[in-house]
Design a protein around this ligand. Structure first.
Ligand code: NOJ
Length: 630
């Protein structure tokens, strides 16, 4: 009987699976037919409208009413979104719904660790669940499309956007990108709480020369295919709905005008059938790149390369019709772009359910969301040092000095790209510690430095006094959130301001010291490492960073984060990453003479020497994958 039941169940499962496949294919066929019908009816202005995206609703109502706009970004007031959607659906000639986009990068209102921290969890399932929460919160505000996951491989900690990335390894980045995509989209994009994901920035943007944002990239095809393209390919295979073309020039051709990458690789080789959006103004920026003569030329090159939708600027709106009349682009090319966009709108179910029904959604920042944010933060934190097993701390401790600019920085611990946060939601380490100790220990808090960049040392004596009367010093250091992210690159990646001096002075006391470093990138922390007993690297841990850190400090949870990126000793070692190709003279410790040990007047010699720096050697401060536990 049991055998029979198992057999019947198997048959049923198979039947359901087949039915699904057929209905999906059937559904896809119907979608294509509906798209054909629509395209037949569309004027050229309406087609160009679908290919255009504008920032915010204000001033764009009339364009929507005329059917001359297909997408809006950065509108998160749900009533406004429903109102503009009603204009699109009920007042425009063809009733094509808008797609509303937003940068939901590591949470919407409940903020998760920055993506670099999420990668340190090495836990795709957790990342998927976090993205699910972000999607639900975003969708409840009318957002059905996020510009995430960012999957640029970054091997340069100077680059501010390393914070948004999954680090240096394409395998880890691919796993995380696919997990996030599934979390955002689910397996049914038409669910009202699913949002379309966007693979960005296609491609190579993270290889910006010198780690300076928007800079040129040179990536040979082998490296491109073996490393930089991998996460994009994995996301396309996982069904990602959209893709964003990058700002960067690659080997002489901007990513946004690059037909080899956008057509040959993406469409012909990978069969991507979603749509490509430009990055903000990346079409018109092909002019200063020196690749296009003017706006018209930029529109021509972007359409020809396969960019379906233009973000923010007006090159398509101002020029496509003229280019068509002049025979420089064809109606087939335009129809192809429109088709790609409409396909995603159909898949999102926007034609059937264009409006956001708020009561359907759970409360935003609810306890479940916060719990998941805490778990993610816990798993993202990397223990870099724990001498003498100073951690975990005992709850019996009676006096705790809490120092540093990041101990109670509710905005800065959230990290870059947190447009929809409410800073009051944040639990800082200071709050969490007070709550956890519940009065059983005295907490001597001295912020000491106003911000991470502050140099005023007036409060150092109070900090030293607090340290002297405490059993343990918890020092919260790092970078404010504004020091990483887009266009926020640093040439010096040490702890800014007077933080190193603070560590030095506190290390003169005899109180054991734990550093907790919140940052958007790997920092060069060699000079403070020896002066502390333990170090936790928490990246920017998000809304629940405080309780997560406290749980790790007191051993409620064990640290489990592992570095997704190599930490250099000195910035001059960059690029330094674990899977560097060998040289003909691979470095070995025994062949390295430190610069200070070379005898004066030494004769020039190269034989016996290997690929290293005289001053920094060849090993990093911490290798990729490093992370201690209890
Ligand atoms: C520019 C950024 O490069 C991109 O990542 C982002 O999605 C867009 N602006 C929209 O904000």
């Amino acid at each position: 009987m049991k055998k029979f039941t198992t057999f019947t169940t198997m048959i049923l499962v198979l039947l359901i699976a087949f039915a699904n496949v057929f209905s999906q294919t059937g559904n896809q066929k119907q979608i294509e037919e509906k798209i054909d019908l629509l395209i037949e009816k569309m004027t050229i202005e309406e087609k160009i409208g679908q290919m255009s995206q504008r920032n915010g609703v204000r001033g764009n109502e009339e364009a929507v009413r005329r059917g001359h706009l297909g997408s809006i970004l950065n509108e998160v007031d749900v009533e406004t979104v429903n109102k503009i959607q009603r204009i699109a659906v009920e007042e425009s000639r063809l009733g094509i719904p808008l797609i509303i986009g937003r940068d939901v990068i590591h949470g919407f209102r409940t903020i998760f660790p920055i993506p670099l921290g999420l990668a340190a969890t090495w836990n795709p399932e957790l990342v998927k669940q976090g993205a699910r929460i972000a999607a639900v919160e975003a969708a409840s505000s009318g957002v059905r499309w996020t510009f995430a996951p960012m999957m640029d491989i970054s091997r340069d900690p100077r680059w501010g956007r390393i914070a948004e990335s999954f680090g240096e390894d394409h395998y880890l980045a691919s796993k995380m990108a696919v997990a996030m995509t599934h979390g955002f989209q689910t397996d049914d994009l038409s669910r009202p709480d699913a949002i379309a994901a966007c693979a960005k920035h296609y491609v190579g943007y993270g290889a910006a020369e010198g780690g300076r944002d928007y800079n040129t990239t040179y990536i040979p095809e082998g490296l491109m295919r073996n490393v930089y393209l991998k996460p994009f390919q994995a996301s396309v295979n996982a069904g990602i709905a959209t893709l964003m073309s990058g700002f960067n020039d690659i080997n002489g051709i901007p990513a946004t005008g690059n037909a080899f990458l956008l057509k040959k690789v993406l469409r012909d080789e990978w069969n991507f059938d979603g749509f490509v959006v430009s990055d903000w103004a990346s079409i018109t920026e092909m002019i200063p790149h020196g690749f296009c003569a003017d706006e018209k030329d930029a529109a021509l090159k972007a359409v020809s390369a396969g960019v379906d939708m233009e973000m923010a600027t007006y090159a398509y709106q101002n020029n496509i019709k003229k280019l068509l009349e002049e025979g420089k682009i064809t109606m087939e090319e335009i129809d192809e772009a429109v088709r790609n966009i409409l396909r995603v709108k159909f898949r999102l179910g926007l034609f059937d359910n264009p409006y956001t029904d708020v009561p359907q959604f759970p409360e935003i920042v609810n306890p479940d969301h916060l719990e998941m944010a805490k778990k993610s933060a816990e798993q993202s934190i990397v223990m870099l040092k724990n001498d003498g097993k100073v951690l975990p701390l005992s709850k019996e401790v009676k006096n705790i000095a809490v120092l540093g600019p990041m101990a109670d920085a509710p905005y800065d611990q959230l990290g870059t790209w947190t447009f929809d946060k409410v800073t009051d939601d944040t639990k800082t380490p200071l709050n969490a510690l007070r709550e956890f100790m519940g009065g059983s220990a005295k907490i001597h808090y001295v912020k000491t430095l106003e911000t991470s960049r502050a140099i005023n040392q007036d409060r150092f004596p109070s900090a030293i006094e607090a340290a002297n009367k405490s059993d343990i010093v918890l020092m919260f250091l790092g970078e404010e959130s504004i020091l990483s992210g887009e266009a926020h690159c640093r040439a010096d990646i040490s702890l800014p301001g007077a933080q190193e001096q603070l560590v030095s002075e506190i290390s003169e006391t005899s109180t054991p010291t734990v550093l907790i470093i919140m940052a958007g990138r790997p920092l060069t922390i060699g000079s403070v490492l020896d002066k502390a007993d333990a170090v936790l690297y928490s990246f920017h841990p998000g809304t629940m960073g405080g309780p997560a850190i406290v749980d790790l400090l007191f051993g409620i949870e064990s640290p489990s984060g592992k570095l997704p990126v190599t930490f250099p000793k000195m910035v001059g070692q960059v690029p330094i990453y674990y899977n560097h190709k060998n040289t003909g003279r691979p470095p070995r410790a025994e062949a390295w003479t430190h610069i200070n040990d070379i005898p004066a007047g030494a004769e020039q010699f190269s034989l016996g020497n290997e690929s290293h720096y005289l001053d920094a050697g060849f090993t990093p401060q911490f290798p990729f994958g490093f992370g201690l536990s209890y």
